[in-house]
Design a protein around this ligand. Structure first.
Ligand code: ADP
Ligand code: MG
Length: 481
């Protein structure tokens, strides 16, 4: 019987890529791929997907770490010696050659006998369902057909591994959906290992056996589509995979969590007082009448999505996205229910205070009624104030600040507490206190109903009313995307 280990085709061990300019594009990447698997690298543009793929293909050398193929280190093997072929987003076909010559190109370079080349090209065309297309010219093919030729050109080399870098990116939506199914069928039929790159989460979820979610050169989570969708490991994954509501919250008891101004039962038993991110999928939010809801809010938008409605409810300062088969009226008051199994509690990774604020007509933050000095020209790229003190963009056009949201970020260690009510800009009651070894971590619920985390070496008591002193230069402002 084969052991699992024998089934590993590719292993990436502690792969790091630092470019000449010092930029770390891939940082300690670890992954094992099994023979025949369909693995997808998923992440936003610039997160290092292509760089990782290029290292597997051999077009780029890792700065450190090793790549094993069938257990042997191939980190320094030239690309043409690896049993690996790549299909790129742009098909990179030769427009002046017919389809036969496009596919046969590499085989001719290898000086294979003519009749063998003919046989192999025929077989490759069959694999992509374009048998008999040998003498057609490239220009006569649709985008989808051209991409299939590009795949046939890679398959003709009989690779053990096929790398596909956003291969459907240039196709329109309908063609992309069709090709997704075709590629998946092709994978099942051929039994070749596919390593696929996309920034499209839906594509990754429908096609893959295993997904590697990446952000800024690091893997965030590796798992099956179900794992990643149902049990996202952190707020990045939750936010990136499928549409999610992510709320800042705090544990208030055993399997009790507070967010959106209410307390909910949940299934995750996380220590009382821990700051968390609560992730709630839109399909897990139930709309009811205001009096039956655990929280209530006002419907601000509704879009029909074919099978369901996507409804946005504003509850206080929180925007909640809901999927519902029932319609709701814009402007109506609704209640919201979230069952314990619909709440995914994730311990906040970087405990940093993030407060969201709108901007008023005088270009001041609505939070604390303008007390914070946020320079909008530093937050909005290419903006400036013109002679009339109007905020304008690079073209001199007035910027509409009514829809802008600013994130105010403050590190817990930059805040100190005082019992002099006048000392700081915010005041509130200590609602949580945890000893963290060398300091205490407090949560203060301010008079504005915002929960702020503070790291402090001194011991205060629960329920103490304190003023929070935050040095102006420690506050960071950024634009909410
Ligand atoms: P993705 O495919 O996920 O969009 P890439 O792997 O192409 O991302 O790029 C990851 C990051 O590395 C990007 O920020 C990109 O600008 C940077 N990068 C890529 N190639 C080079 C290079 N040759 N020199 C410096 N930086 C590079
Ligand atoms: Mg790329």
């Amino acid at each position: 019987m084969e052991t699992t280990k024998d089934n590993n085709i590719i292993e990436l061990r502690h792969i790091t890529k630092t470019f000449e300019d010092g930029f770390v594009a891939v940082d300690d990447f670890n992954l094992t791929i099994q023979r025949g698997e369909f693995v997808t690298f998923l992440g936003p543009s610039g997160c290092g997907k292509t760089t990782t793929l290029r290292m597997i293909a051999g077009f780029e050398l890792p700065s450190s770490g090793e790549i094993l193929l069938n257990g042997c280190d191939i980190s320094h093997m030239p690309p043409n010696k690896r049993p690996i072929n790549t299909v790129f987003q742009r098909y990179a076909l030769f427009p002046h050659l017919n389809i036969f010559d496009n596919i046969a190109f590499g085989l001719k370079l290898k000086k294979l006998p003519k009749d063998e080349i003919v046989k192999k090209v025929k077989k490759a065309l069959e694999m992509v369902d374009l048998e008999g297309f040998e003498s057609r010219r490239i220009q006569t093919l649709s985008g989808g057909q051209q991409q299939r030729i590009a795949i046939a050109r890679a398959l003709v080399n009989e690779p053990e591994i096929l790398l596909l870098d956003e291969p459907l990116g240039a196709l329109d939506l309908k063609m992309r959906k069709e090709m997704q199914i075709e590629l998946k069928n092709m994978h099942d039929r051929l039994g070749i290992t596919f390593i696929y790159v996309t920034h499209d989460q839906e594509e990754a979820l429908t096609m893959s056996d295993k997904i590697v979610v990446m952000s800024e050169g690091r893997t965030q989570q590796i798992g099956t589509p179900e794992d990643i969708y149902n049990e996202p490991k952190n707020a990045f994954v939750a936010d990136f995979i499928g549409e999610s509501n992510v709320f800042n919250g705090i544990m208030t008891g055993k399997c009790r969590v507070r967010f959106c101004g209410a307390e909910f039962d949940c299934l995750d038993d996380v220590e009382n007082g821990t700051m968390i991110d609560a992730v709630v999928r839109p399909e897990d939010v139930i709309i009811t009448t205001p009096e039956k809801g655990m929280i209530s809010g006002k419907v601000t938008s509704i879009i029909f999505k074919g099978v369901h409605y996507e409804i946005v409810v504003m509850s206080g300062k929180n925007e909640i996205v809901v999927q519902s088969t029932k319609k709701a009226e814009i402007g109506s008051e609704v209640g919201i229910i979230i069952e314990p199994e619909g709440i995914h509690v994730m311990i906040a990774e970087d405990t940093i205070n993030r407060i969201e604020s709108g901007v008023n007509r005088h270009y001041k933050l609505e939070f604390l009624e303008g007390k914070l000095k946020c320079d909008l020209t530093k937050v909005l790229p290419n903006s400036s104030f013109n002679d009339d003190e109007v905020l304008v963009d690079a073209h001199g056009d007035e910027i509409d600040t009514s829809s802008i949201k600013i994130i105010i970020s403050i590190k817990p260690e930059d805040i100190s507490m005082s019992d002099d009510e006048e000392a700081g800009i915010l005041s509130g009651h200590i609602i949580s206190l945890i000893y963290k070894g060398d300091h205490y971590s407090y949560v203060v619920r301010t008079d504005e109903d915002v929960d702020i985390i503070i790291d402090d070496e001194d011991l205060w008591n629960m329920d103490d009313y304190v003023s929070l002193i935050i040095p102006e230069d420690k506050i960071q402002y950024s634009l909410k995307k």
